[in-house]
Design a protein around this ligand. Sequence first.
Ligand code: SAM
Length: 237
Amino acid sequence: FYCPAPLQTGLALSLPPGAARHVQVLRMQPGDGINLFNGEGGEFEATVTRMGRSDVDVEVGTHHAVEREAPCAVHLLAGITANERMDWLVEKATELGSTSITPITAERSVLKLKGERAEKKLAHWQGVAVAAAEQCGRNRVTRIDSACTVAQWAAEHPAGAADGVRLVLSLSEGTRPLSDAVQGQTSVTLLSGPEGGLTPAEEAQALAAGFVPVTLGPRVLRAETAPLAVLAALTLR
Ligand code: SAM
C-alpha cells in the first residue's frame, strides 16, 4: 500500500484515504499484516491496529531495503492519446518501470489539456500510477509531470544536459534501430507521438534538443504500444 509519509519502525499512523479504502475493501482485521511503501525506496511491514468506518490505523514494523527498479531509468514523454488509451499507457508503463511520464500536448493530440481540466487529468493519471505500482509490487511510483509541448520541454531541457540518451520514436526513413541506440545506457528520455504521430515541426524540435531518431521496425505500432515495447525491451535486457 502506498503511504506517502515519512515512515519509521514503531510509528503509529492512520493510512491515507486511498490505502485505507483498499484495506477496507480487503476486509482486513486488527492484527493483519500489510506492506507499506512511501516511494523513497524499500518497504515496511505494518500491522493493522484499528479498523474505523472509513479510516484505518496501523503500526509500522520492520523496514526491508528491497529494490525492484529496472536497470535503466526511462523518462517517457508521451504524446497524449484519447481517454482510456492514456490510462492504459500510464498503467502499463508503471508496471514496466518507467521513472516518470510527461504527457505531451502534441499538435495532433485529440485531447488538449488546459487549466483545471489539466490538473484533474494529471491527478487521475497519478492515481492510475499509484494503483499500478501497488498491484505489481513496485515500491516506487512513476511520477506524472505537468503536461507540455515538445517545444516547451526542449526549452526547459536544453541539449547537452547530463540526463542520458534522448530518443524519439520516429517513422521517418533512415532512423537507427533501438538496440544500437540504447546499448549500455542507464538513463533514457523517450519521446513518442500520439495517434496521428508527431508533426515534422515537432520532430525537428526534438532533433534540435539532441533526440536521436530510432525505429521499432517496419510496422506502425499503436501510440501506446510503441513506448511500451521500448520499456519492455529495456526492462528485460
Ligand atoms: N494511428 C495509430 C494509433 O492510433 O495509435 C498509430 C500511431 S503511431 C503514428 C504513434 C507514434 O508511435 C509515432 O509517432 C511514433 O512515435 C511511434 N511509433 C509507432 N510505430 C513505430 C515504429 N515502427 N518505429 C518507431 N516509432 C513508432
